[in-house]
Unconditional design. Structure first.
Length: 329
């Protein structure tokens, strides 16, 4: 055991990543729906700190981690924060949060005369109970002592575990029914550009006029497919592959741009298809395939194999190893 303690104390970065890895694995343990998640890292850190006290990483590394954490929280929830400042529901939630924080702060300060706890330790208890690393950093910077860190380390495990346990118990007791959103089907339409108002226009100009919820996934010009870009200049008879989850919006786009009749091949008089382009079944962006293959009826067609693959498409057998995809023809 002494060798392990020496290793952890002489290699603080190794101790750091080992603690994070073990904490992540412990957080994944689920007991009847209850798990600590990323909060398990603090418990593993407490165990490592108790076993090897000198394994603490450099202070600069801790400050950098705190800054990255605060940056991630700010970027992820910035939009919701400002939205909450303008909506009635958001104002109520912010008011309730402010009252709770002020109440917890007053209760923490009351421990100074009632329980004889030092002020810095009390502030650490306040920061740890709310799992607020930023509050801890502010208390340490203002008081220039380690008492806040001691109170933080004592209260933080309870600040992590108790809310998780309460939420689990409330979920078990109330059993809320959360309706899952219905899966949306992506519809497609080939639109031959016949509206003269868009001849010579750049692609962004066309996009700005499309109905809400309609996107252009690809453009076919003179038998060649390409992904649309801002520099693309539209020409008459360009065929646009429009996608949307709203059939009515898709029909409006057809009426705005031209018609949905596919352009016929001059040699076969059959509808041109999108060779090498397939709309994934679970995505909205097209993906390129081999140039000699065509996505049709959920299959990839290659020249010279139409008979066998038409039979496969109609019977659902013999996919030939080709990945099924959503029809774009």
């Amino acid at each position: 055991m002494e060798e392990i303690r020496t290793l952890l104390e002489t290699q603080p970065l190794f101790s750091l990543f080992l603690t994070v890895a073990i904490g992540f694995l412990v957080g994944e343990i689920n007991i009847k729906g209850f798990s600590l998640g990323s909060g398990a890292v603090i418990f593993v850190g407490l165990a490592v700190g108790g076993f090897a006290p000198k394994a603490a990483p450099p202070a600069l590394l801790g400050t950098l981690g705190l800054l990255l954490f605060l940056y991630g929280v700010g970027v992820q929830y910035g939009a919701q924060f400002f939205r909450g400042l303008t909506s009635s529901e958001g104002l109520k939630a912010n008011a309730a949060a402010a009252i709770a924080v002020i109440g917890a702060g007053c209760l923490s300060l009351a421990l100074v005369p009632l329980a004889g706890i030092k002020t810095d330790q009390t502030l650490g208890l306040f920061a740890g109970s709310g799992t607020s690393s930023a509050t801890l950093q502010a208390a340490i910077a203002a008081l220039k002592s380690d008492g806040a860190a001691i109170g933080y380390s004592v209260a933080y495990p309870f600040g992590v575990a108790l809310p998780i346990l309460c939420i689990h118990l409330l979920n078990t007791w109330l059993k809320p029914k959360i309706e899952q959103p219905l899966a949306q089907q992506i519809d497609t339409a080939e639109i031959a550009l016949r509206n003269s108002a868009f001849f010579g226009a750049r692609f962004p100009e066309l996009v700005s006029k499309l109905p809400a919820g309609v996107a252009i996934a690809a453009v076919r010009r003179q038998g060649r497919n390409e992904l649309p870009s801002d520099s693309l200049v539209l020409n008459q008879d360009d065929v646009l592959l429009a996608t949307s989850t709203d059939k009515a919006a898709l029909q409006k786009a057809v009426g705005l741009l031209g018609n949905s009749s596919p352009v016929l091949s001059p040699t076969t008089r059959r509808p041109r298809l999108y060779p090498g382009l397939c709309l994934e079944a679970h995505g909205r962006r097209p993906s390129h395939r081999r140039p000699d293959s065509t996505c049709r009826r959920g299959m990839f067609y290659r020249p010279g194999q139409a008979g066998r693959q038409r039979h496969a498409a109609e019977t659902g057998s013999d996919t030939g190893g080709r990945r099924p995809c959503r029809s774009v023809s």
